[in-house]
Design a protein around this ligand. Structure first.
Ligand code: GCO
Length: 455
């Protein structure tokens, strides 16, 4: 079997990265509205005030999706657009925007997939302690109740949280992301725990309100891979994917799946001796872990790259492959490692036993408008052909992969890189907001039409 007949092909976006309309119709501020306006935080001071102006131009985006044959759209809701202060008063105008977006999807035959939290925390909640404050988790549950109640007749697919790894790791560890306030490891762990609690509470709320819903989350982190596929999963690959190195060997160690997925699926934090958070995990209330581990339907994976491993020269086992000078990289200098698209879903499925959805994958290119007025991006097409080819092999090996969402639908605000990095299938001319489908958009259309058979 190749891609299953019912495989779902989609594209993804996130509210702060595309919407703009930052101060319109009663929207409250988010931590990103504040952070992106602080000097030195983003590339050339770029911010999301206007972004792709999808707040006004979403119909164009949906038309383009429809013409590309994309039938699944993953977007996020801006919490402060619908509840400006994070709790309490609902902003009807904000909800009306998402009503139009959802209606626009449905009338074009596009299934909406809602991500509840893609990082734009209401600033008012940050001022009350943000994720360090346990109440934020309960505020999130109320926000989930609003959204699930409002959309229950129309939307059945939900993702709670996108990447605690970035929310906490970059928001409070490196400070490269909003809110950018550095916390001690102990407070980072506590904040992490509250994000997970928010997830669990929201799953329960959505499930109660929409029994036939499909609920997941979106995780990112280290994954290892190797060229060999026709063998049992090498233990070294499992270790490299799910065991932390000492922090001095891997400062970005919180980019891992196990500290997110183990509690959400197994109901306990991982056995991870080298992790700097291990000392704190025993303080956690077991009742919290019961909430956190509400059953979910799929694991969303945001996969961009992984670490290659090769068999040891002598004896059994695997070691990291050395990187040779000039190895393939994207415009953002991320390694191009297609093998992770086979092994990532496989490793995650073998560990957690749930179906997998690729909630993000793509590459940044230095796209530009050519003399002929088009945007040619052979680099992205080559990247996708390689990665999707590996995903197809995972399907052939019966790894239950249900869907693939390309990141991103359009170029957009790439966090601290501002508009300097382009991930879209659709080019955004930020001078006037016009959209130009890139060659990769046409290519992806063919992939969807053929259900990936030619990959
Ligand atoms: C992430 C986010 C996206 C990014 C994308 C490219 O994974 O960091 O979910 O918002 O824009 O991954 O960096």
């Amino acid at each position: 079997m190749s891609f299953p007949k019912v495989f779902m092909w989609g594209a993804a976006s996130a509210s702060y990265q595309i919407e703009g309309g930052a101060y319109e119709d009663g929207k409250g501020l988010s931590i990103w509205d504040k952070f992106s306006h602080e000097p030195g935080k983003t590339y050339e001071g770029h911010n999301g005030d206007i972004a792709c102006d999808s707040y006004h131009r979403f119909e164009e985006d949906l038309d383009l999706m429809q013409s590309m044959g994309i039938r699944h759209y993953r977007f996020s809701i801006s919490w402060p657009r619908v509840i400006p202060e994070g709790t309490g008063q609902v902003n009807e105008a904000g909800l009306a925007y998402y009503d139009q977006l959802v209606e626009g999807c449905l009338k074009r035959g596009i299934e909406p997939w809602i991500t509840l939290f893609h990082w734009d925390l209401p600033l008012a909640l940050y001022h009350r302690g943000g994720w360090l404050n346990r109440d934020t988790a309960y505020a999130f549950a109320e926000y989930a109740r609003l959204i699930a109640g409002h959309f229950k007749e129309k939307v059945t697919r939900y993702m709670t949280i996108n990447e605690p790894q970035c929310i906490i790791g970059m928001g409070h560890g490196t400070g490269l992301h909003a809110p950018g306030t550095l916390l001690s490891e102990e407070d980072m762990f506590l904040s992490w725990h509250h994000v997970l609690l928010a997830h669990g509470l929201a799953v329960k709320v959505i499930r109660d309100m929409i029994p036939d819903s499909m609920i997941g989350l979106a995780s990112t982190g280290a994954l290892a891979y190797t060229d060999k596929k026709d063998i049992e999963t090498p233990e070294d690959l499992v270790k490299a994917s799910f065991l932390s190195l000492p922090k001095n060997q891997n400062p970005g160690w919180y980019f891992n799946h196990q500290w997110f997925l183990d509690p959400c699926i197994f109901g306990h934090y991982p056995e991870d001796p080298e992790s700097v958070w291990t000392p704190y995990k025993n303080d956690v209330d077991p009742e919290d872990l019961k909430i956190i581990s509400q059953p979910i339907d799929f694991i969303g994976l945001n996969i961009y790259n992984g670490s290659e491993m090769i068999p040891k020269k002598e004896g059994p086992g695997y070691v990291y492959a050395p990187k040779y000078p000039g190895y393939p990289r994207t415009a953002l200098k991320w390694p191009v490692t297609p093998g992770v698209m086979y092994w990532g879903p496989r490793l995650i499925h073998e560990r957690y036993g749930l179906p997998v959805i690729i909630t993000e994958n793509g590459q940044s290119c230095n796209d530009k408008i050519y003399l002929d007025g088009k945007v040619h991006d052979p680099d992205r097409i080559d990247f996708l052909a390689r990665y999707l080819g590996e995903l197809k092999k995972a399907c052939e090996d019966d790894i239950p992969v249900l869907a693939y969402f390309h990141w991103a639908l359009t170029d957009n605000f790439e966090w601290y890189s501002g508009y300097d990095d382009r991930f879209g299938l659709i080019y955004l001319d930020y001078r006037d907001g016009s959209r130009i489908p890139k060659d990769s958009a046409l290519w992806y259309k063919d992939v969807i039409m053929g259900n990936g058979e030619d990959l």
